[in-house]
Write a protein that binds this ligand. Structure first.
Ligand code: THU
Length: 137
């Protein structure tokens, strides 16, 4: 287990999941019928969240993580430390591949994700990630 994946007793995943479920209740998903909610802790103690917002032009739909990173930036930036995602039943859901990349930008390899397989660092969900460091080499 990497140091970043060490369970953090101070983090209440049930509470974070409750925030994700509340966000999911605001989803706009008339085309897929698949509402999603996400929530994350920020390194300064803030909590940010998001829901998916679809569009009649199907390909333009926004994943819930888009709303989350937008809120993160709008409310002061910072680094994501803990993240969870739920489906329309409130069950834990893995973020899609594109959204793992969104999360990598703002949380990096050590961001802890709640997944159906337990708490995992993003390094395990997006191995050998391309990221900001590559652009400075
Ligand atoms: N969706 C998300 O919002 N986040 C994910 O990580 C997985 C997929 C949304 C996109 C679309 O609105 C719906 O789920 C069905 O794919």
């Amino acid at each position: 287990m990497t140091p970043a994946a060490t369970p953090d007793a101070k983090v209440d995943w049930d509470e974070l999941r409750a925030v994700a479920r509340e966000a999911m209740s605001h989803a706009y998903a008339p085309y897929s019928g698949y509402p999603v909610g996400v929530a994350a802790l920020v390194d300064d103690g803030r909590t940010v969240s998001g829901c998916n917002v679809e569009n009649a032009s199907y390909g333009l739909g926004l994943c819930a993580e888009c709303g989350l990173v937008s809120e993160l930036q709008r409310t002061g930036g910072g680094r994501l430390t803990h993240f969870t995602c739920v489906d329309g039943r409130g069950e834990i859901l893995v973020p899609c591949g594109r959204c793992r990349q969104l999360l990598y930008e703002f949380g990096g390899a050590g961001l802890l994700l709640e997944t159906p397989a337990g708490i995992l660092p993003l390094a395990e969900m997006l191995p050998q990630a391309f990221g900001p460091d590559h652009l400075t080499k």
